[in-house]
Write a protein that binds this ligand. Structure first.
Ligand SMILES: *[C@@H]1O[C@H](CO)[C@@H](O)[C@H](O)[C@H]1NC(C)=O
Ligand SMILES: *[C@@H]1O[C@H](CO)[C@@H](O)[C@H](O)[C@H]1NC(C)=O
Ligand SMILES: *[C@@H]1O[C@H](CO)[C@@H](O)[C@H](O)[C@H]1NC(C)=O
Length: 192
């Protein structure tokens, strides 16, 4: 009899412990965000988007059956994965300072106005911003460039945590046959 009571007592204790230990709240307290003063950094580099050859930095990973025929590898709906080197200068053997990884999709039905939408993370692997990256999520009106086009920076990592800003892009070199392009990125990054 006594042992039964003891067992019940311990069972109750365990239940109480289990109840207090469980935390069914999925959120913390909402506090004032004491953000540091916002800073701005200009970052200039070249992105090499190479589709041709044995070692391309961008590859088509999907396309729509209707528009992705061989006569138009960049037709509406074509999706590309990229791991593009970022360099200080436009030359092929220029010093690599990072890489741009992600994907871009041919996003315009109007064939005359080739536009991509980019979902990419450009990370730096050297210098002050080694380990930091900027996140792009933007339309990139490749064909509409009257010299320069603009894309949006919507976030970042490391020193660029919670970044926002924009990039002015200029085509430095493009091979219309292969699609290989070297682009100058002039980024204005607001960050904390
Ligand atoms: C419950 O979880 C929230 C969110 O993680 C946390 O802020 C809070 O301190 C937790 N409470 C207990 C009692 O562990
Ligand atoms: C894809 O296109 C080819 C040739 O145009 C056609 O034969 C095939 O049926 C299409 N497939 C689908 C799933 O629509
Ligand atoms: C960049 O950071 C990585 C990881 O912290 C480190 O291994 C590497 O040596 C750094 N490179 C340069 C050039 O500072």
């Amino acid at each position: 009899m006594k042992s039964k009571i003891l067992i019940t007592f311990f069972a109750l204790c365990l239940t109480v412990v289990a109840v207090t230990a469980s935390n069914d709240s999925y959120y913390g307290k909402t506090k004032r965000a004491n953000l540091k003063e916002e800073k701005v950094t200009r970052v200039i580099f070249f992105l090499h988007d190479i589709l041709s050859g044995q070692n391309p930095s961008a590859v088509r990973i999907a396309h729509a059956n209707l528009t992705g025929a061989s006569n138009s590898p960049v037709g509406f709906g074509s999706l590309f994965a990229m791991d593009d080197p970022l360099t200080v200068g436009p030359e092929k053997d220029s010093k690599v300072i990072g890489n741009g990884r992600g994907m871009y999709i041919s996003g315009s039905k109007d064939m005359g106005k080739f536009t991509i939408v980019m979902y990419a993370d450009l990370a730096f692997t050297t210098g002050k911003f080694n380990g930091s990256s900027i996140s792009l999520f933007s339309r990139n009106p490749v064909a509409e460039e009257a010299g320069e086009r603009e894309i949006a920076i919507v976030g970042g990592r490391g020193k660029f945590r919670m970044a926002r800003g924009y990039v002015k892009i200029k085509t430095h070199r493009i091979d219309m046959k292969t699609g290989d392009a070297v682009l100058r990125y002039d980024a204005i990054v607001y960050h904390y």
